[in-house]
Design a protein around this ligand. Sequence first.
Ligand code: SF4
Length: 354
Amino acid sequence: MNSLIQKIKDAQRVNFDEALKLYELDLFTLGSLANSIRVKRWGKNSFFNINRHINPTNVCKDICKFCAFSASRKNPNLYTMNHDEILDIVKESEKRGVKEVHIVSAHNPDTGLSWYLDIFSKIKDKFPHIHIKALTAAEINFLACEYNHSYEEIIDMMIESGVDSMPGGGAEIFDEEVRDKICKGKVTSDEWIEIHRLWHKRGRHSNATMLFGHIEERKDRIDHMMRLRNLQDETDGFNAFIPLVYQRENNFLNVKNFLSSSEILKTMAISRIVLDNIPHLKAYWVTSTMNLSLVSQEFGADDLDGTIEKESINSAAGAKSAKGVGLNEFVSLIKNSGFKPIERDSLYNEIKAW
Ligand code: SF4
């Protein structure tokens, strides 16, 4: 173990077996290794943005077992917003200083392709300075299959409509066996990777997520990280890695044992070590709680996402902290935890040091 610790201190890349072995380290040694990488890159800066999540429909033709958001599962409250409703949300958010809208939907086969795409040009027309982060690789795969387009064609339409960057959702866990059990039928791992590759080839950026804490094993998490690291070596298009903690309520996965906080923190720290080519590690407070996200800053995380305002996907699955947080409170929380709150834009350019 000592030689592995030294290897990390020397900033050498770890392989699959070494990454897996890191789980055997005690939490604080692991945290300190990840923290030293974070401090070398970002000092005590903790990034966030002022953003608004919008989930325009929960009608979905897919049936992911972990999902509590889709109306076709346990949630009987089906909805689909029209474009005016979405524009009203953006207008109100803009008044409150929101600089990014993060738009992610379920896979609704009844709306037509233009419902998905035209909203972006409408937002850009009215609010040209707002960054649009929209359409996960899972949604792109759905739109391509449903409307008989190639991924390239959908990506070109997104760019033409004004989408600036892609969120990292739909990655879940790449291991095919686990993926078959939790979200069979949705975008495959290879397709997810290919869609991000194509997006990056257009000179665009995206994020990458990993859903963990359900039926996957530690080795599956490392495998997931390795596949992302390989793509990043090739394209350099990912801005941030976002480990998402599985939420256990209102879904059909029936996971009995919930992850301990120390396992969550170890996974954060290991991802900071393994993903040496992805600049930012995000502690997404909606799924890990605000408190644990603040602690994650000591375990490699340098980004706390944003104020979010309203989130529907994880709150449907029981996330207790999914309702947004005020800007002043957010800034105080970061400061009181000993870090420097840096407001950023969606591509990590600094806007203001608070
Ligand atoms: S996770 Fe997404 S694709 Fe899967 S059922 Fe839920 S809304 Fe549909």
